[in-house]
Design a protein around this ligand. Structure first.
Ligand code: AVJ
Length: 312
């Protein structure tokens, strides 16, 4: 799997548009900013998914009764607590394996989890789950793999199929996948969610430049770019950009490269796809899964699908 240097060569040095995968947002500061996004009144997905999970976690744990809960992109494990609460009420004491790129976040979240759930064994896995699952340990007993937050929307359709297929290949017949996905809805609601009035999403987006400055010894001036996010109903996705406020050149000293930005040039930093029940089902089927249960938030604002590996 390509590291930052390779991704920069593939995406940032090319274009148009220049682009970078969104995983680089999540250094310690970026993870903290994402947490603050979740608290803005406009960003409904976290809240909506959490309420939905609170409702259906009991059913999920009672039917799957996992020995392990393996979470991809666990972050601070906020919503996963709903599953642990259900483990308590269903008397199903599973282990927990959070998988995330951000070491500091895992350590902090793990500590507070074992504090609150004294029966829980946390086995943090630090790494890039985009890298494939060969480093994911095989657990004995069946696992519930969870991929929440709508992060699947960060992938293009082909990337998502590939990602879920690889996960599928790693799974045993009794394992289950719980997938959270944001839904297509009123564009105004979507637009507001990625353009919060307090500017937290803008700060999150711009923090990417600080990551590049640090990792590549670059000299981006955050103030010379602005945040732009818009929903495209045609592709059913949010596109998030950093736009250059004027003509400028930026040096990536570590790579010995100079970047020229035109006035108004936009660099694509994230896509966030929104799904219909049909498009989500098609994605799961394409990756070799069979949907077992579909839990929907009010007004169809968010989906949680419980799926099993389809028989070969
Ligand atoms: C963490 C990928 C689900 O796409 O909504 C939030 C990231 N970006 N605001 C999303 C994000 C801007 C978020 N995911």
């Amino acid at each position: 799997m390509p590291g930052l240097e390779e991704d920069v060569r593939q995406g940032l040095l090319r274009g148009p548009p220049r682009s970078l995968p969104p995983k680089y947002f999540y250094d310690a500061r970026g993870s903290a900013l994402f947490d603050r996004i979740c608290d803005t009144p406009e960003y409904y997905p976290t809240r909506t998914e959490d309420a939905l999970l609170a409702q259906c976690a009991g059913t999920i744990i009672a039917t799957v009764r996992p020995r392990h809960i393996v979470e991809l992109g666990a972050g601070t494990s906020r919503k996963t607590r709903r599953l642990f609460d259900a483990c308590v009420s269903e008397q199903c004491h599973s282990g927990y394996a959070p998988f995330d790129v951000c070491h500091d976040v895992l350590v902090e979240a793990g500590g507070s989890l074992v504090n609150d759930y004294d029966w829980l064994t946390v086995n943090a896995l630090i790494g890039d789950y985009h890298a494939g699952f060969e480093h994911l340990p095989r657990f004995d007993g069946h696992s519930l793999f969870v991929f929440l937050g709508g992060t699947i929307g960060n992938f293009s359709e082909s990337e998502a199929v590939e990602f879920l297929s690889e996960l599928r290949a790693h799974m045993q017949p009794e394992d289950r996948l719980l997938l959270g996905a944001d839904r297509v809805k009123d564009p105004a609601v979507l637009h507001a969610a990625y353009n919060d009035a307090a500017g937290v999403t803008a700060a999150f987006n711009l923090n990417l430049l600080e990551v590049l400055n640090r990792e590549l010894d670059a000299d981006f001036i955050a103030n010379s770019f602005y945040h732009h996010a818009c929903y495209d109903p045609g592709t059913q996705r949010i596109e998030m950009y950093l736009v250059s406020k004027h003509r400028q050149s930026v040096h990536l000293h570590r790579l010995n490269q100079r970047l020229e930005f035109a006035d108004g040039e936009a660099m694509l930093t994230e896509i966030s796809r929104k799904f219909t029940p049909e498009s989500l089902l098609a994605l799961l089927a394409g990756a070799g899964f069979r949907m077992e249960r579909h839990f929907e938030a009010p007004a169809g604002h968010f989906s949680l699908m419980l799926a099993r590996p389809a028989e070969a």
